[in-house]
Design a protein around this ligand. Structure first.
Ligand SMILES: CCCCCCCC/C=C\CCCCCCCC(=O)SCCNC(=O)CCNC(=O)[C@H](O)C(C)(C)COP(=O)(O)OP(=O)(O)OC[C@H]1O[C@@H](n2cnc3c(N)ncnc32)[C@H](O)[C@@H]1OP(=O)(O)O
Length: 157
């Protein structure tokens, strides 16, 4: 299966979080399950992604929720419209990002994010995300994503 971010055309693939053309970026990759209608991202933080020793920096966790949500929005919109991402690239930017840090996230285990679209309407998609570390829910996110207006060439992202 191909990650949603790998369908982004090159002009939209420079994002620090998820752009495959950003040599210094995080290269977040998200997969869509059309049966369940939900997305999954896995990411293993590096030792320097630390807040206090042993725990993950919250800004990194917010970045994971952010790019996981933009990708989830693209896949959810494609499914809702019966489009294929291959044929019709879709790209969303973040209008709003809410992150609740429920528990400290241990630094070491692979992190797993699960995204569920709550609303797909016009250019807007709302995504809820749960982030698990070694099976424990530590972060919950809610993001509002807006589809880039048609004809927007890029350059920023
Ligand atoms: C990176 C900058 C983006 C520049 C533009 C595109 C360049 C393309 C190139 C490459 C793409 C790569 C992108 C990587 C992305 C990775 C993730 C990020 O880090 S994104 C960076 C942080 N985000 C921003 O900088 C957005 C700044 N904000 C905006 O540009 C606008 O406010 C925008 C596009 C988000 C919305 O503006 P409207 O004029 O196009 O659309 P309206 O009509 O205002 O909103 C559409 C719907 O969304 C709701 N909405 C808008 N803002 C909301 C908010 N803050 N909270 C809740 N809902 C909101 C509205 O109520 C409306 O909903 P109803 O259709 O009425 O149901």
């Amino acid at each position: 299966m191909k990650a949603i971010q790998l369908y982004y055309p090159p002009e939209w693939a420079h994002c620090y979080g998820c752009g495959y053309l950003n040599a210094h970026g995080l290269h977040i990759q998200t997969y869509w399950d059309p049966e369940k209608g939900e997305s999954e991202t896995r990411f293993t933080p590096r030792p320097y992604h630390t807040a206090i020793p042993g725990f993950v920096y919250g800004g990194l966790l917010a970045s994971l929720v952010d790019c996981h949500s933009t990708a989830t929005a693209a896949a959810a919109k494609a499914q809702a419209e019966g489009l294929s991402l291959e044929a019709t690239p879709l790209r969303f930017v973040t209008a709003s990002l809410k992150v609740d840090f429920l528990k400290p996230t241990p630094l070491g285990p692979d992190l797993r994010l699960v995204g569920r679209p709550q609303e797909v309407k016009g250019r807007k998609v709302v995504v809820e995300t749960e982030l698990y570390a070694a099976g424990t829910l530590t972060v919950r996110g809610e993001a509002v994503l807006v589809q880039i207006a048609e004809g927007f060439g890029g350059g920023a992202g």
